[in-house]
Design a protein around this ligand. Structure first.
Ligand code: ADE
Length: 385
């Protein structure tokens, strides 16, 4: 993670986070370890808990704890233990939070403890939906909506890692199969493109007319989910909404259909509906639960939890380098203060710096505008000299 490393080195010499209490509710992975180490190098006191009961890499949690960091995360922790860990971070009274799904900052608001905070950051679309519905008592920087994040994390990260999770769990050959992507935001676009690259016929289901048009123009079949339900071999929800696949869809699916969710919360596939339809449920492989509907079986991956982290290792380090560089610089910006309450875009200079550093780490050089071009682009009404 060369971009994050360069930020960590600068943080270690400048100490921009000296005395700042940071609480992070993130997937506890090797990539997250590098982020929290960078924040600690900048002078922050960091505490970390999991953003999902199934995404913690226990060896990483143990290594960070050995380094002296407060880490409250165990893979497979139940809902009560998970909530207890979030509450412990709330009780510590952080100055800055980092969230992946908004559980921590929501709990701070519920406990009336968000008012004095410098602010928080949010890594996901699902989390921002929650935060925009809240009367925020502090600023939040929408890392998920940074340009670098959408391009790199959502499209290339989710595109690859969601399929990685599906393939690790099932060992399916996608070539020759029909894969249905529900949701064609940046992450859905990535899943659709990568699935096509592996030889699948891809159907896209989308409620936004412009996105649906883009999917069609990109060459994918586009149709309502109830029609796609009859056609798909593999279904991937990536919408940020709930009840995207319900009993109506399950009733039409083919024998052997595989159901995976790549959205943050386990609400996109209606798990209660699936259980209600089933005569028998059994684990046929690790992370593959088979629901016997009498005449057909449907296979649910990773309990409907975010499949790229639950069944694989999340986005590769090269992707999280960009996301977490943005997170680190967003925390630094919050620590300087001055943001009003509410959700704000990540400042454009941070986006630009991260993209520049990432290009440099890849050895890619680009052109810059000449002074003449800059002048031309400033003059919109009379371009002639
Ligand atoms: N979100 C998606 N992939 C991740 C990873 N590898 N680490 C932390 N959060 C993630």
């Amino acid at each position: 993670m060369p971009v994050l490393r360069s930020i960590r080195e600068r943080f270690a010499s400048e100490r921009p986070l000296d005395g700042v209490a940071v609480a992070a509710c993130l997937h506890v992975t090797a990539e997250t370890a590098n982020l929290v180490r960078a924040l600690a190098a900048g002078g922050a006191r960091v505490a970390l808990c999991a953003a999902n009961p199934l995404s913690t890499q226990d060896d990483v949690a143990a290594a960070l704890a050995q380094e002296g960091m407060e880490v409250l995360a165990v893979r497979g922790e139940g809902p009560e233990r998970y909530a207890g860990h979030v509450e412990a971070l709330v009780a510590a009274g952080p100055d800055v939070t980092l969230d992946d799904g908004a559980d921590l900052i929501t709990a701070l608001h519920e406990g009336g403890r968000a008012g004095g905070m410098l602010g928080g950051t949010e890594e996901t679309t699902s989390g921002l939906v929650r935060l925009r519905a809240l009367d925020l008592a502090c600023p939040v920087l929408a890392v998920n909506e940074a340009r670098t994040e959408r391009a790199v994390n959502d499209r290339y990260g989710t595109g690859q890692s969601a399929l990685d999770g599906i393939l690790r769990a099932t060992n399916l050959l996608l070539a020759g199969r029909t894969l249905v992507v529900l949701g064609y935001g940046y992450a859905g676009q990535g899943v659709a493109q990568r699935a096509r690259g592996l030889g699948a016929s891809v159907i896209v289901c989308e409620v936004d007319p412009l996105r649906a048009l883009e999917a069609r123009m990109e060459g994918f079949e586009v149709m309502p989910a109830l029609r796609a339900a009859e056609r798909g071999d593999v279904f991937v929800t990536v919408t940020g909404a709930r009840d995207v696949l319900t009993s109506e869809h399950f009733a039409r699916m083919r024998d052997g259909a595989v159901l995976a969710n790549a959205g943050h919360f386990d609400v996109e596939i209606a798990l209660g509906d699936l259980a209600a339809l089933a005569r028998d449920v059994r684990e046929v492989r690790p992370l593959v639960r088979s629901y016997d509907l009498g005449d057909r079986r449907l296979h649910l991956l990773a309990e409907g939890r975010v499949v790229n982290l639950a069944a694989a290792e999340g986005h590769p380090a090269a992707v999280m380098d960009v996301s977490f560089a943005t997170q680190a610089l967003a925390v630094e910006a919050l620590a300087r203060g001055g943001f009003p309450r509410g959700v704000h875009p990540v400042p454009a200079r941070i986006d630009d710096e991260v993209a520049r550093l990432k290009l440099a780490s890849l050895g890619v050089e680009i052109d810059t505008l000449t002074p003449g071009q800059q002048a031309y682009l400033r003059v919109w009404d009379d371009p002639s000299p």
